[in-house]
Design a protein around this ligand. Structure first.
Ligand code: GTP
Ligand code: MG
Length: 320
């Protein structure tokens, strides 16, 4: 069976499936145990409810899922564990599908500016590197802007990705005003007719008001020169942070008006449930998911693949 989607990388779905379920806390491992006699009833749903909450799906989203399954049960659609799995997959896909909206670079904007934001260590700089590679492979010209002027090694890290992908990097000495760096980069990109400008920023916690204001300022400065910029304000969320990632997403969205979210570190965390909460509560498009550090370990988010990966066994799937 070919469950791969439109995407070029044939191994990504199986790798996602294998890596997502590597941990033992995602509900897949227990699903068959939910109904020892094979009968699905209210007790089964209650147990499933607990599992979903433990898997970081969040209380309100979990309630919504269980409510939907309860209706299926009442309609006698949940005859056995396979029917429950299929029913659950439908519900999860239904929650995820509305946020399956791939990033589209609008050629009318030159440069199309993507501003990366998120807490410390979420994967902003790595995602920029991976995205630079992707965009180049798709024939776009790319420039990187080192807007993280705070962390000493941040500029070198970005430059390393720049060299690897053969894309120019605009940087200033550390301590410089990030808004000034990004404006500089915008001018350079604009003068050279660059298609996409990827702007890095320093990590910050959602409750550090001064630093959140700094991001708002960066947006204002960019908008002064192109009122439609930035064209994408993308939050990078580390899946291993569980429900805390939802809080981050809500706060960043309130402060900046996010247009996209990418989720990293879905490998080795077994916390894939967080994406359901984020999709259900925020309704912000989910652009990419990351399952490793290499450039090919990032792919556009596909709702059905993701729901399937959550619900299928991991250990034996590498070649499935
Ligand atoms: N396993 C795994 N590691 C990842 C993934 N994405 C990023 N990382 C790693 O996470 C670490 C932090 O990534 P960075 O890209 O530096 O994160 P950042 O958000 O730029 O961090 P700051 O600039 O310090 O705020 C690095 O070691 C990355 O290689 C992923 O999808 N899976
Ligand atoms: Mg960084």
């Amino acid at each position: 069976m070919n469950t791969e989607s439109k995407d070029k990388s044939p191994g990504f779905f199986s790798r996602l499936r294998a890596r997502l379920n590597k941990g033992d806390s995602w509900l897949t491992y227990d699903l068959a145990n939910l109904a020892p006699g094979g009968k699905i009833d209210e007790d089964t749903l209650e147990e499933l409810e607990t599992l979903l909450v433990m898997a970081d799906v969040g209380i309100s989203t979990t309630e919504k899922i269980i409510e939907d399954l309860r209706k299926q049960l009442a309609r006698k659609e949940l005859k056995d564990i396979d029917a429950l799995k299929a029913g659950l997959e439908r519900v999860l896909t239904g929650i995820l599908e509305p946020v399956e909206q791939p990033l589209a670079v609008d050629g009318a904007h030159k440069p199309f500016v993507i501003l990366m934001v998120g807490v410390n260590g979420a994967g902003k700089t790595t995602t920029i590197g991976k995205l630079a590679r992707r965009l180049k492979d798709n024939g776009k010209s790319v420039m990187l802007a080192a807007g993280d002027t705070f962390r000493a090694a941040a500029v070198e890290q970005l430059q390393a990705w720049g060299e690897r992908n053969d894309v120019p990097v605009v940087a200033q000495p550390s301590g410089a005003d990030p808004a000034a760096v990004l404006f500089d980069a915008w001018q350079a990109a604009s003068a050279r007719g660059i298609d996409v400008l990827l702007a890095d920023t320093a990590g910050r916690l959602q409750n550090q008001q001064g630093l959140m204001d700094e991001l708002a300022k960066i947006k204002r400065v960019l908008a002064r020169h192109d009122e439609s910029a930035p064209h994408e304000t993308m939050l990078i969320l580390d899946a291993s942070q569980g429900q805390n990632a939802l809080t981050q997403a809500e706060k960043f969205h309130d402060a900046l008006g996010l247009t996209g979210i990418s989720v990293t570190k879905l490998d080795g965390s077994a916390k894939g449930g967080i994406l359901l909460s984020v999709a259900d509560r925020l309704k912000v498009p989910v652009r990419f998911i990351g399952i490793g550090e290499a450039a090919e370990d990032m792919q556009p988010f596909v709702a059905r693949d993701y729901a399937r990966a959550l619900l299928s066994g991991g250990a034996h799937s590498e070649t499935a």
